[in-house]
Design a protein around this ligand. Structure first.
Ligand code: ZN
Ligand code: ZN
Length: 230
């Protein structure tokens, strides 16, 4: 099954220009069987006192999208992209997200990478740095993440070899996502995962246990060993 691990819908991600319906329809047309809805959690999205109501809005956007996807036999999985406060606004994709994960979470964008990592570990969720090496991001601490992303936005894809090198050095797994914010990100890239993955928890379990990840970038398939120096 082909999946895109990084898409944003405009019902909650302010920077996205596409609805979940458009994303799902485009992905189905592109031959994908699923996607992970990685809507943003950023400190300007809500004041700390409104955190609980924001969490419910966040969950609602996923629930609506999930229902739409389900009718079309498309597996829409639940994720969140958190911009942590330290290192300043480094972005982390979280796999293995559930409604309980969101509801029980601390104010995720106002804590550090290490604190977010500790919360993820409690839940068996996995943290993957999104588009590392994107300008303005400080280097992240590889001890507090599980994986690292090859982001296929034209502005990030040139960092691919740096990502592969860092993953090899630090024993991280590699994910691939388009960072879908509009249809210009429709570049036939993502991951190939077992067909029996139904949701984000299954996906996290698979990423945790697999010895390699299989990806495709502009339709070219590649495999990356995990925890092994290639
Ligand atoms: Zn965005
Ligand atoms: Zn993103």
């Amino acid at each position: 099954m082909k999946i895109d691990t990084h898409v944003h819908s405009n019902g909650i991600s302010k920077c996205s220009r596409v609805t979940y319906q458009e994303i799902i329809d485009r992905k189905i047309a592109g031959g994908y069987g699923g996607a992970v809805l990685m809507n943003h959690c950023q400190h300007w999205y809500y004041e700390p006192e409104n955190l609980d109501s924001w969490k419910e809005e966040f969950i609602l956007e996923y629930e609506r999208a999930y229902e739409y996807a389900k009718q079309k036999n498309f597996k829409l999985m639940f994720g969140i992209e958190v911009s942590v406060s330290a290192p300043r606004w480094a972005d982390f994709l979280i796999f293995g997200v559930t409604k309980d994960f969101i509801r029980n979470s601390p104010d995720m964008c106002r804590i550090s990478q290490k604190e977010l990592f500790e919360y993820c570990e409690q839940f068996g969720a996995l943290m993957v740095q999104a588009h590392p090496f994107r300008l303005r991001h400080e280097p992240m601490d590889c001890a507090y993440m599980h994986g690292i992303e090859i982001n296929t936005q034209p502005t990030d894809l040139h960092n691919k070899n740096l990502v592969i090198k860092l993953a090899e050095e630090k024993g991280l797994f590699i994910t691939v996502g388009t960072d879908y914010h509009d249809n210009t990100a429709d570049n036939r890239s993502g991951m190939i995962v077992p067909d029996n993955i139904e949701n984000s928890v299954d996906l996290a379990k698979y990423l945790n246990e697999t010895t390699y990840t299989e990806v495709f970038i502009h339709d070219i398939v590649q495999k990356f060993d995990k925890n092994i120096i290639l």
